[in-house]
Ligand binder design. Structure first.
Ligand SMILES: [Zn+2]
Length: 295
């Protein structure tokens, strides 16, 4: 485990809610898992950070999934978070790096392109809830701000940052999500806007060794605020050979028999962590038997 964690804070009698997370180690673990190039590292890292921040709103076995599907070179990006701070995710084309933007930043928007943002909350009910909005810039933070405004009618400020070092590792990463509840006086909104405008870049702030509490202090300067919870974060996958059996079963008995005879088995790779699971001829035989018994 690294030093990553998220905090949940409220200010002014819960009229303002904020989530602040350091995700440096999490984003670096994702980069190593998927062997991403810098632009892809930043895009996936931002989405993982966004999911981690919102994970602070989950309970029990709930999961939150963010999916960005654009027409740019990255293809699809997926991030899934849980209440216990476990986060997983992937990008369909990890080896993407574009020239830097004129302002020197990684061109995440260009690599994502035009498309849609989907947010799915699985709260253990019959049907998971899914909302979607068109991407605004593909830079992820702006797209989420727009999602909360359009889909949930909640004024939200989102900042996400991933700083990639010269050796392509993640030097600093993190994010902030602030939401305004109905009835916040104008004067507080303008004070919050001033504070937000004065905040340091989150990625460099965490690269310098600062903590989420220190960022919350700057965010809520001049406000009465409380930190309510803290949650360690980790990039980790919950896959297993048993869970991936379903992918093989969905191929059908005939295809499995073919794989067993022609290739002596099968390999299934988990999208989320790139781990490969080997299914022997005996494993496939057992699955085929299971399928035939179901029929
Ligand atoms: Zn996995």
């Amino acid at each position: 485990m690294g030093q990553d964690y998220a905090i949940r804070a409220t200010a002014e009698n819960a009229l303002l809610k904020a989530f602040v997370a350091r995700t440096t180690d999490l984003c670096e673990a994702a980069r190593k898992s998927h062997n991403t190039y810098p632009t892809a590292t930043a895009a996936l890292g931002r989405l993982l950070t966004a999911a981690a921040l919102q994970g602070m709103n989950l309970k029990g076995d709930d999961t939150l999934t963010l999916r960005v599907v654009g027409d740019g070179p990255l293809g699809q990006l997926v991030a899934v978070s849980r209440a216990d701070g476990r986060v997983k995710g992937y990008v369909s084309e990890p080896q993407v790096h574009l020239p830097l933007r004129p302002d020197g930043k990684l061109d995440v928007g260009g690599a994502v392109g035009k498309g849609m943002l989907y947010l799915t909350k699985d709260l253990g009910l019959k049907e998971p809830y899914t909302g979607s909005v068109p991407l605004v810039t593909g830079e992820i933070a702006e797209d989420l701000t727009n999602y909360f405004a359009v889909s949930e009618q909640t004024p939200t400020a989102v900042a996400l940052g991933v700083m990639v070092d010269v050796d392509n590792s993640v030097k600093g990463a993190g994010g902030i999500l602030v939401q305004l509840m109905p009835g916040v006086p104008e004067e507080l909104i303008s004070r919050l806007e001033t504070n937000l405008a004065g905040l340091p870049q989150v990625s460099s702030f965490f690269a310098e060794g600062h903590t989420p509490e220190e960022l919350a202090r700057q965010l809520f300067q001049g406000f009465e605020y409380r930190i309510l919870a803290s949650q360690p974060l980790e990039f980790t996958c919950d896959c297993s050979k048993e869970k991936l059996e379903g992918i093989l079963i969905s191929l059908g008995a005939e295809e499995l028999a073919y794989l067993s005879e022609e290739q002596g088995g099968a390999e299934v790779r988990c999208h989320y962590c790139n781990q490969t699971y080997r299914f022997s001829r005996e494993d496939l035989g057992r699955l085929i038997q299971g399928i035939r018994q179901q029929q």
